[in-house]
Design a protein around this ligand. Structure first.
Ligand code: NAP
Length: 256
């Protein structure tokens, strides 16, 4: 399938997990893809793994909460591939785990800095490049927790709800520039990020986090199942879809 042939994509937090699967899927569909994350080692390993599949990949370090890193990510994308058609804002952290009332101010600040502020400012800085291309688009990775906060990761959940608002708030300004903006809201997906949820029986059985008993399909999802949805939203198959967040959660309760 060459649905994304000719397009250039830039993805944050893409050396592992869902971001890595998105990079591979977009590249397999013909895009030239810039991947990034905080650690050079991880970037090198991910680039090597994707190049082994003969995919057109470039990698660079980008810690999304560092403004200079965000600017460099976009600059290197343009230097390497000459344009930007697709931006995927995927980076997020959840440093605090437990009762929301025990969240410290520094954990709260970190969560909102990486998950919300960095997403907005990266998108803002990418818009001048995206608006130069026909049918360009942005995908923001939110979470099922955006719709119904998970008790043990309350502050993270609120940051993901904020991303639903961010996506909606940007629809009109983006449309005026010919850019679509959408999101995905993954359920429990098998990555390192959610390891505690799918590996630890005690947590798995807890009422507080119901990854399986709240999931109609009764299983965790895979990064590839998120990546295929992102590929659709980024492609010309979705040219009349903007401002939406697609839930990829095996039937976990979200919205009507
Ligand atoms: P993951 O497997 O833990 O992957 C994390 C990736 O992010 C790595 O490449 C890591 O590389 C990079 N990273 C971490 N902090 C970063 C930062 N500040 N700046 C840039 N890169 C950073 O995580 P994941 O499960 O794929 O999660 C990806 C997205 O999906 C997140 O937005 C998460 O909230 C969302 N999500 C995940 C699930 C789930 O169940 N897994 C569910 C709902 C939503 P370095 O260490 O080199 O930086």
């Amino acid at each position: 399938m060459a649905r994304l042939a000719g397009k250039v994509a830039c993805i944050t937090a893409s050396t592992d997990g869902i971001g890595f699967a998105i990079a591979r899927r977009l590249a397999r569909e013909g895009a030239r893809v810039v991947i990034s994350s905080r650690k050079q080692d991880n970037v090198d390993k991910a680039v090597a793994a994707l190049k082994k599949e003969n995919l057109d990949i470039y990698g660079t370090v980008c810690h999304v909460s560092k403004s200079d890193d965000r600017t460099r990510l976009l600059k290197e994308t343009i230097e390497k591939y000459g344009k930007l058609d697709i931006l995927i804002s995927n980076a997020a952290i959840s440093p605090s785990f437990g009762n929301i009332l025990e969240t410290t101010e520094s954990a709260w600040d970190k969560i909102f800095d990486v998950n919300v502020k960095a997403a907005f400012f990266l998108i803002k800085e990418a818009i001048p490049y995206l608006e130069k291309q026909k049918n360009s688009s942005i995908v923001v990775v939110s979470s099922i927790a955006a719709y119904s906060p998970l008790d043990l990761i309350g502050a993270y959940s609120i940051s993901k709800t904020t991303l639903l608002g961010l996506t909606k708030a940007l629809v009109n300004p983006c449309s005026q520039k010919g850019i679509r903006i959408n999101g995905i809201a993954p359920g429990i997906i098998k990555t390192k990020f959610s390891q505690l949820l799918w590996e630890n029986d005690e947590v798995k059985d807890s009422e507080a986090i119901p990854p399986f008993n709240g999931c109609a399909m009764g299983r965790v999802g895979t990064p590839d199942e998120c990546a295929s949805t992102v590929a659709f939203l980024s492609s010309d198959d979705a040219t009349y879809i903007t401002g939406e967040t697609i839930v990829v959660a095996g039937g976990m309760p979200s919205h009507l």
